[in-house]
Design a binder for this molecule. Sequence first.
Ligand SMILES: [Zn+2]
Ligand SMILES: [Zn+2]
Ligand SMILES: [Zn+2]
Ligand SMILES: [Zn+2]
Ligand SMILES: [Zn+2]
Length: 276
Amino acid sequence: MNALRATVRDHHRSNIDEAPPSLRFVMDDLTALETEFNEVEVDLRKKQLSVTTDSIELEGVSLGQFVIRLNWSHLGENRPYEVEAVEPNPAAGDSSVTHPHVHGNALCEGDGKFAIRSALEAGRLLDFFLLVRQILETYNPSSAYVRIKDWEGVSCVDCGCTTDRDESSSCERCESDLCSDCVSNCSDCGRSSCSECRSVCHGCDADYCRRCLNDCDACGDAFCGECLTDGQCDNCRETLEEPDETLEPEVAKAAAPVTTDAEVHADGVGEVGLPA
Ligand SMILES: [Zn+2]
Ligand SMILES: [Zn+2]
Ligand SMILES: [Zn+2]
Ligand SMILES: [Zn+2]
Ligand SMILES: [Zn+2]
């Protein structure tokens, strides 16, 4: 770094007229920057001054190191610097968010906006880098692009994929997290459900939550309210109705002369007639 600094000084001396005034601040603050940051880099050709932060961890999530890169030829412009993750650990739902306050290499300055602008305007480069680092090291949930608790995203209970919290749903029956592909809404009550908590109606093939399905009294399969009549599915009603029509007169005949229990059990037909 000493050699590099010498290069900057030589450059400064030999180009004193062409060099932007801000380069003087680069010189002044270089020593101080080197004590604050492990890596300080000057790129004379690109007119960039970069520092690298230590690895940053917020609420237990490691986001790695960040390079804060100042383009001193753009000092008068709106955003003359960028913040880039060295080894990005972006939010699960948005790869351009590498830090709760960094989106597409741009820092959301929040309350630090004014302080950063005045540091840059006054050419206090050390202050500028320290302010940016401070924002990177501080987590403010209310201004985060992605909240740190949602950083890893949510895991869909059905397919196992990871999605952004904002795009995920949850089963309204068991509260498991679901991705948008796996969530299904009950055709009756409209509640979202996971594969465990829903079933297909054997009659109409639509998805229903299990609570909106009932078993057919005869075959035991699950049906929606529309597909059951008096507790029985259409299939079972059809197969029961046909023989019923022919049996009915006999049942009536058999039931009429019943006088004793013995007779009822003997002809067996009484068991059908009695529970009603
Ligand atoms: Zn899924
Ligand atoms: Zn569920
Ligand atoms: Zn339902
Ligand atoms: Zn149905
Ligand atoms: Zn049935």
